[in-house]
Structure formats: C-alpha cells, structure tokens
Design a protein around this ligand. Structure first.
Ligand code: IMP
Ligand code: MG
Length: 177
C-alpha cells in the first residue's frame, strides 16, 4: 500500500443533515406505503442505518453484497454477487441504497437483476455520486452529494477494507514513494 493521508471533504454534520433531508423526501414520496431498503454491503451500512432512523413509513431492511473492486481503487468492471437478498421483493417498493456511484456498473447490474423479480417499484438512492466517472447510465432518484473524481473513504466507504468507520467523508491523497 502506498503512503497516503486523509483530508476531510464532507463533515459528519453535513452528511447527517443531508441524510435527514433524503429521509424526509422518502417519507413524502412513499406516504401511505411501506418500503424495503436494500443495503448494498458493505459500503452502504452506515448510510442505510442512518437513513432508516428517520424514515416514518414502515421499513424492512434487507442486504445484498456484490463487488466490482479488488483491493484497488479502480473498478475491474466485473460485478460478482456474493450475497443475495433473504426475502422476495415481488410487489414491494424497493429502495436500493448505494454508498457511491462511480462507473455505474454495479447499480446497473443490480437494477437488471432486481427488476426481474417484479417489485412494485425500484428506486435508486446513493450517498455519493461521481458523475464525471460514469460509463453506464443509471437513473438515480436520491443523491446525497455529487463529488469530483477523487477517491474517498469514511461513512462506510473503504480503502482496502479500512477506514469505513471514519464518521466523515475524507479524500485519500496518495503520496508516490
Ligand atoms: P461502480 O460500479 O463503478 O459504480 O462502483 C461502485 C462501487 O465502487 C461502490 O459501491 C464502491 O464500493 C466503490 N467505489 C467507487 N468509488 C469509490 C471511492 O472513491 N471510495 C471507495 N469506494 C469506491
Ligand atoms: Mg461498494
């Protein structure tokens, strides 16, 4: 691993305030319904739990895991499904929760997979988006923050499985040694 340092990009306060706004939007959009939050492991765990705390309509939380990255910071383009949902989603209002959208390959793959299961609706929600990196178009309804093309960690996001527990979003600056 190269040497690196972390600088704060989005504070814990800003992240959490924005998550509350998204929850409020979901409360309005799904008033009178119930929702299934699909947390994409592992990166979305912090976002999903924080968001779920402020959703007022009935919530079910389920998990799936896929990976398009090894220990590298660039996408391999290969999406593997490591863990599927526990429950069927047929007839459910599903909100797919991602930590960050980069190329769009992961979400586009999951959308194809989950739409085949006939949910009542399938809505995409991401904490972070790097629009300049998009390779595959995805239709995202709820976005926390659009960020420039920098490698970020914290609030669930990792660098080689580390730093997910930082309470803020930080930029990793790699120092060539
Ligand atoms: P995509 O399939 O290229 O859109 O990649 C999305 C996945 O790549 C996310 O779920 C993250 O796991 C990972 N990823 C993309 N950018 C970053 C980053 O800046 N920091 C940490 N993980 C990232
Ligand atoms: Mg991820």
């Amino acid at each position: 691993m190269n040497n690196y340092k972390i600088s704060e990009m989005i504070s814990e306060e800003k992240v959490e305030a924005r998550i509350k706004e998204i929850a409020e939007q979901i409360n309005q959009d799904f008033a009178g319904e119930s929702v299934t939050l699909v947390c994409i492991l592992k990166g979305s765990i912090f976002f999903t739990t924080e968001l779920a705390k402020y959703i007022k309509v009935p919530v079910v939380i389920d998990f799936m895991q896929c990976s398009s990255y090894g220990a590298d910071t660039k996408s391999s383009g290969i999406v593997k499904l490591a863990k599927d949902l526990d429950e069927p989603i047929m007839g459910k209002h599903v909100i797919l929760i991602e930590d960050i959208i980069d190329s769009g390959r992961t979400l586009s793959h999951l959308v194809k997979l989950l739409s085949q299961r006939d949910p009542a609706s399938l809505t995409l929600c991401t904490l972070l988006d790097k629009p300049s990196r998009r390779v595959v178009e995805v239709d995202v309804k709820y976005t926390g923050f659009e960020i420039p093309d920098e490698f970020v960690v914290g609030y669930g996001l990792d660098y080689a499985q580390k730093m997910r527990n930082l309470p803020y979003i930080g930029v990793v600056e790699f120092e060539n040694s």
